[in-house]
Design a protein around this ligand. Sequence first.
Ligand code: S3P
Length: 430
Amino acid sequence: MINNSYNKTNGPLVGELYTPGDKSISHRAIMLGSLAKGTTKIDNFLDGEDCLRTIEIFRQMGVDIQQNGTDVIVESEGVEGLTEPKEPLYFGNSGTTARLMLGILPALPFHTVAYGDPHLTVRPMDRVITPLTEMGANIDGRKNGLYLPLSIRGSSLKGIRYELPVKSAQVKSAVLLAGLFASGSTTVVEQASTRDHTENMLRAFGANMESSGLTHTINNENTLIATDVTVPGDISSAAFLLVAAAIVPNSNLTLKNVGLNETRTGIIDVLKQMGAHVTISNQREISGELLGDIQIKQQSLKGITIDDKLIPRLIDELPVIALLATQAEGTTVIKDAEELRVKETDRIHAVVDILQTLGANIEETKDGMIIHGKSALTGGAIKSYSDHRIAMMGVIASLISEHSVQIDDISSIDISYPTFFEHLNQIQQQ
Ligand code: S3P
């Protein structure tokens, strides 16, 4: 067991902080910047492991990408300038790189092989491969081409109309990106709104696409125009600090320039419904995305029910919301969240295992969990399941635990929040 490197105190979280750039938007900025001819400057890029995988893949296909921490310059000859990679493409742990690149690679006039780390290798790719195959994509691989590693042979694609069987922004994005290159028009119909960063950024780069409610259509007459992108702070990373400030006594924290896109702010709704003191200010739009400052003060909380109406707007925040619920009076029910079973790990199982070990009263259900609060957390030894959001949830739990929390491996935190411990040290009072 390796102790986490953070010097835990039980002091309040106080002050102001800029959380790192949004992971979803950083990936998309590299992708569209690489497909557009010209120079794309990206400001506040997330310098985390997942987004670095996306940079590396486009470099392997000949794009000149200069990265200096959170500043990135993409110089591309456009999609015609992309060249066949000599080595297999490595998606690492990144589901977003995998699913979105599978929307791009099948239309490129060459062959690619792609693989991932052991966690990504067992995550389902059929959800993107099924519609892409209908469009004419030529993808093959393990288990009849449904799991990584995959081999992709470029071919011509045709537009389709696709009703999404899962509430997934990654699947929506893969089909829309393939639609950039397909003949005719490509329409995706969602069951519920999922994050719309792909649609926003495609529009910003000049793509011919329209959205009406849950229906999104992209036409193939597209020349993407290189466009500078300022990435807002990631609300999914901010969520860990927001929950920490909501449960550590006497906290008063302000997170600046956080992305407030309506499809991502379910965590704010949950905090408010539970009774937390949350104030939003300084709202404005940059690069087609809303952002602003979030102030939170610790206050007593009550249990609530979180179901399908909210789930797509807070899917990545559910592990830390479960921790929040352990500190709320009464019962919190999280349901309609079966997608958590196919994230970086089975997050329903992982969260219940960890919070039970730490002394919470929590039960696993088929599609979520039930948490009875409020419980005093004791501490103990937990596994992170090599999942960044599970590891960070464990660290935040340690802030309110009576004894220390030992986490077997915290290296995965670099995937989405490389400055996590530095930030915690900045805001936590002794
Ligand atoms: C993401 C979409 C979500 C989310 C993931 C990032 C994206 O996945 O969980 O962390 O950038 O499009 P699904 O679309 O599969 O739900």
